[in-house]
Ligand binder design. Structure first.
Ligand code: HPA
Ligand code: ZN
Length: 338
């Protein structure tokens, strides 16, 4: 199969996106528009200058710029516009369902009420369902560089909205902030009926993945790349059918991998891991989900069967119920067979 026909296979492939930080989908154009609407001055003169600043050698380089960028988000309308822009772009990539992260502490800590963030994102999710036929779920991420008491306070703020929040996650600076730091708040979230996910093994060691499994009891693992350093961990992840939300362009931009040819995705599939492909922070890492599929497919030489498998994993690894998953899997099978 030529590269072009593989690309078009990827384009039309029905898929779910399971690792997307909504604040990381803030494109420079929208950043400027929101700054103008909110009468704020950005420390950049142009969209080009913003894009030129997006050069990172590790996770923290990115996080510093990402948190600064989010400062233009003030009103429910801002969060609505941010969310709907993502859903439109995702729909164009064949995304039928998205489970999106948001970082409430990034906003509440600068005086934007939790209710404002929630209201804007819920209305974007409703509009996506209504106008794009894209379903979605929302995952509240705790910032791991802050303490567990702050995470508990955030969970408390979320209480009035729990009918619309599917789960909690853990993101931000990984090294030095192991999952064990959040064991109590994750236990509480589990008791409240929430799904649990955590970033682990992006920059952090395999021990952090063990902690996410054993101390947090995660239902899904975000990134998980460094699990491959531990053979018995890989066996366990494969045997338990754990879904890994892998983000190829993110890995490249944050120097988790140094060349797309070295990306571990193909190896993950060969080892029996339920890997998926996701965009993480597409406005910062140079591509949405299909760009991620294309880049990694070209880098490591994925077959059509492997690409179909990744899309299948995205639905079976989602928090949709089995009946909902079955509808998407049937559409995927029909597409792959055609
Ligand atoms: N890792 C950790 N925190 C994040 C990321 C990531 O890839 N994206 C946004 N916050
Ligand atoms: Zn992430």
């Amino acid at each position: 199969m030529t590269e072009t026909s593989l690309d078009s296979f990827i384009s039309g492939l029905p898929k779910a996106e399971l690792h997307l930080h909504i604040e990381g989908s803030l494109e420079p154009e929208l950043m400027f528009a929101l700054a103008k609407r909110n009468a704020l001055t950005l420390p950049y003169k142009s969209v080009e200058e913003i894009r030129a600043a997006y050069s990172f050698s590790r996770l923290q380089d990115f996080l510093d710029i990402y948190y600064a960028g989010a400062s233009v988000l003030l009103t429910a309308e801002d969060f609505h516009d941010l969310g709907l822009a993502y859903f439109r772009r995702a729909a164009a990539d064949g995304v039928r369902h998205a489970e999106i992260f948001f970082d409430p502490q990034t906003h509440t800590d600068r005086g934007v009420p939790f209710a404002t963030v929630a209201k804007g994102l819920f209305s974007a999710m409703d509009a996506a369902q209504r106008t794009l036929n894209v379903s979605s779920k929302l995952i509240l991420c705790f910032l791991r560089h802050l303490d567990e008491d702050a995470a508990f306070a955030t969970l408390k703020m979320a209480e009035p909205y729990l009918d619309r929040i599917a789960g909690v996650g853990l993101d931000s600076s990984e090294v030095g902030h192991p999952p064990s730091k959040f064991a109590r708040v994750f236990k509480r979230a589990r008791e409240m009926g929430l799904k649990l996910v955590a970033h682990a093994g992006e920059e952090g060691p395999p021990d952090y993945v063990y902690e996410a499994l054993d101390l947090l009891g995660v239902d899904r693992l975000d990134h998980g790349n460094r699990s491959l350093e531990d053979e018995s961990l890989v066996k366990r992840l494969a045997a338990t059918g754990m879904t890994l939300t892998v983000c190829p362009l993110s890995n490249l931009k944050l120097c988790v991998v140094h060349d797309m040819k070295d990306h571990p995705l193909k190896r993950m599939l060969a080892l029996g891991l339920n890997a998926t492909v996701n965009s993480d922070d597409p406005a910062y890492f140079g591509g949405y989900v299909n760009d991620n599929f294309r880049a990694v497919a070209a880098g490591v030489g994925l077959t059509r069967e492997e690409i179909s498998r990744l899309a299948r994993n995205s639905f079976t690894g989602s928090f949709l119920n089995p009946d909902e998953q079955a509808v998407h899997l049937a559409a995927l099978d029909a597409y792959s067979a055609a």
